[in-house]
Ligand binder design. Sequence first.
Ligand code: ATP
Ligand code: MG
Length: 409
Amino acid sequence: MIQAQKGTKDILPDEVATWQKMENAACKVFSLANFQEIRTPIFEATELFARGVGDSTDIVNKEMYTFEKSERSLTLRPENTAGVVRAFIEHGFSRLPQPVKLWYKGPMFRYERPQAGRQRQFHQVGVEMFGAAEPSADAEVINLAVKFLNELGLNDLEIEINSLGCPECRKKYRNAIKEVLKPYLKDLCEDCNFRYEKNPLRILDCKVDSCKKIFEKEDIQKVILGDFICDDCKSHFESVKEYLSVLNIPYKVNKLLVRGLDYYNRTVFEIKSNNLGSQNAVCGGGRYDSLVETLGGAPTPAVGWAMGMERLYSLIEKSESKKSDVFVVSENISETFKIVDEIREQGLSVDFDYAGRKFKKQIEKASKTAKYALILMEDELKTNTVTLKNLETSQQINVPRNSYLEKIV
Ligand code: ATP
Ligand code: MG
């Protein structure tokens, strides 16, 4: 038997109500801040991710689903920022009034070891804001993440932020980190040794316990806690923090937070939940002022985040799948079709028995799946009436055929 592939999952009908709840909350919260949805293709040129996510990242090095077609190398998107930036450039969005505020949702693909909270096809929802370098933009997108989570009833969250500074600050920091880590290289994992050459800051992001232990050493801590960011970056970061306080958003500064992707500068942040076990990050984001230019556009500051929807799903209270408003109980399919259309036109959901089975069977089905049974048997047809049964209270009334709707709504 052919089964769903490892690391992929069917989202079953009784789970879909909760997914729709997430999608509707996203649409509501982001629209209120005037962010508009964008939908980009599931696959893109491999080069987009190599350049846009960065060739020193795990995503590009180990996790991409890449295939050849007509001598082109294509990749299933592992994240959506690169695709959104490509679209921003391709459609000349830099000519629109700035900032341009976008959000997206949809499936992403990463070849990782599947485990709780980690799949190979998973879903993200995210926002991106282009053309605003000010710290208010950073605070606005963090605020949106929090508002979205609150809309879903999630409040028990930890927000960590850090500033990586500008390229100048990063260079200083990178050199200092390289210097202090040099004697420990043989004790760090293989990935960290690779990162040491390619992108040493990313070493701090390592999840391997023996590496994390090493970072606790005094000489390394001194560098980590040291002051590498320039005055401009410092005051930017201070303002972000002030705005978060104004917004009543609690946060912690985590100097180890560097984020997995290569393109971040200045503000980076993560939102974690204490109820998720080891895959506890629900949201990651930051500022990426150089990415639009890196991908061939005009220099455009940008800031955004992405959230893992499977992890959100496991945190939120499940919505029950809904009963339909009405179930038409009748043995006359033609009459049923007529009345079903009438009811649907009023915006009420209606179901009926396609096989026209015996009355008892139909009423049984109705009481399990609907709020009202609308009975249209021989008696009713003869008198041009319908019998309306409230399936919660079992009360029933017989009313003229043309006046049943007002009894339901
Ligand atoms: P992690 O450190 O957990 O691998 P990441 O830094 O790779 O996360 P991002 O690329 O920042 O994650 O993606 C943002 C969010 O997407 C994560 O915080 C997480 O909630 C979710 N996410 C990432 N990878 C997966 C996956 N394989 N399965 C499910 N959710 C994921
Ligand atoms: Mg990852």
